[in-house]
Design a protein around this ligand. Sequence first.
Ligand SMILES: [Zn+2]
Length: 309
Amino acid sequence: MSGAVAIGVDVGGTKLVAATVAEDGTILERRRQSTPAGDGEQVLRTVLEIVEALDDAGELPVGVGIAAIVDPAGVVRYGPNIGVRDLPLAARLTAATGRRAVVKNDATAAAYGEARVGAGQGADHVVMLTLGTGVGGGVIVDGTVVEGREGFAGELGHVIVSDGGRLCPCGNRGCVEAYASGTAIGLLARERLVDREVESSLREDVQLDGKAVTSAAMAGDEFARSVLEEAGRWLGVAMASLANVLDPELIVVGGGAAIQAGAFMLPAARASMAERLIGRKHREAPRVVPATLSDDAGMIGAGLLAADS
Ligand SMILES: [Zn+2]
């Protein structure tokens, strides 16, 4: 299989995707199946099957990005959506196949993918924010992923932007996830629609979520646009804190619906961040750009992490 440098695997809450990946991030062969529910051993077995199917010669290293907290040794500590707990996935993969194996949090893997071959190509200092049901993230410093002592670093969705503010699913109040996730955008719209004076096509929408708000904004609904701009301003507050701590070259914003919502959110986020940057008169603000690898970022990033390890 010429050109492949690794196998990248992305284990999500519902689906498991894998591919052979080339040095430049090109996907050569791809497989996909549903994630077995509630059992680490079954997740391991499924990853092993898919790896053997993609590379029966058994030479390529394997990188896995998984929706879980993963410690620097590749032990999946806690993955509530997958039902995996304290599974030494990297060591078990190596023991079963003899391959080099790397396991990281999925958002961290996605950040590495974007930094290496996506929107951040060529940059050594990259922050990635992933907007979806929640807000995820990853940090690359000097070309290396930041994991922290036990793998809990990079939980950027829980940067607090308003002390005592909106309730976040994590139990804290005022996290940026409670303002800028798809779920939060839907809630924000619902709350503002209580005011009967507001005119919007969203009034008739029974399943008012982030996607519905984005679709309405794209169709020209001014109210929907203002909701996305408000979410974007909150996102910018978090970005300013991240930029003040890390001084990245760029902040990449990804996640399913974020690419379309970004047209309304990102200008507001850039302005809101710029107002809060330390030394703003004497520096260039980090560029805020949409991700380019779409849903493949985690899989590609995981593969390249294994290839580069
Ligand atoms: Zn939170």
